[in-house]
Design a protein around this ligand. Sequence first.
Ligand SMILES: [Zn+2]
Length: 291
Amino acid sequence: MGTRTFKSDEVDRLTERDRRRQEWYLNEMKKKRRAMLILGGMGIAAILVLVGIIMLLVHVFSPKDTAVIEDKLSKTKSSEISLVDNMADEKVSFGSGEELQNSKVNTSERGLIVIDPGHGGYDSGCISSLKYEKEIDLEIAMLLSEKLKAKGFSVYMTRIDDSFVGINDRAILANECEGALALISIHQNSSENSSDEGVEAWTSNDATNEQLAELIALEVSEKTGAINGGVVTKDNLVICSKAEMPAVIVECGYLSNKREAQNLCEPTYQEKIATGLANAVDGFLPEKTAK
Ligand SMILES: [Zn+2]
């Protein structure tokens, strides 16, 4: 390669051109960096908005679209615990008007029946996407109370609102009802198997209890058309073993079964359950032979 010599002004021009080129290059780099920052920020913002929208959609739609039991296992456990737990109970609290609507004293010819709506307060029982078990239990109990009164019985309910009543207190309250003839504890079932369905009557191993339980399962199944799951005897049911009267826990149906859960929330279906239960009490305590 040949060598070339520059005049001094030519060298100045070259240096000036290099300086401008470098300045232009630095400017371009700055612009690029700013554009990248803006784009990145917009990207992150867009992702955040998208995530927000997705979370909102999931929140709004999922509970209503499916009758899925939330947290099936733990809820089933909590339901079981409240039936068999022997731990100390909390104080019983009722809303006002207890004396007016709810009395432990028998004032009728046919005698006094104790109705025990399951769960209550912070104890929701089984949970379906439609309703808590405690609500369904109370709704059926209220209907049963009316039907038993219409048949000439007095009724005492262990809870008449959304109060928590401990499992031991339920038996104590029932035993305070002098001469009470029977105790019906109202519950809804739950299973990990979503196809499980039908009415079951749980009780302790006792001939009289089993007789009442059999009538309950049969009558409720006949009135509602639900499968008769029959009598289930268990040794660890606090309310059945502590109550000093025939006592049965009726599991009216499975909240873990989508179709049955919908039925159990329906007032007309609840009415059929209550009618079946009242008929069972009627059959267990025929009019002239009240014990
Ligand atoms: Zn229950």
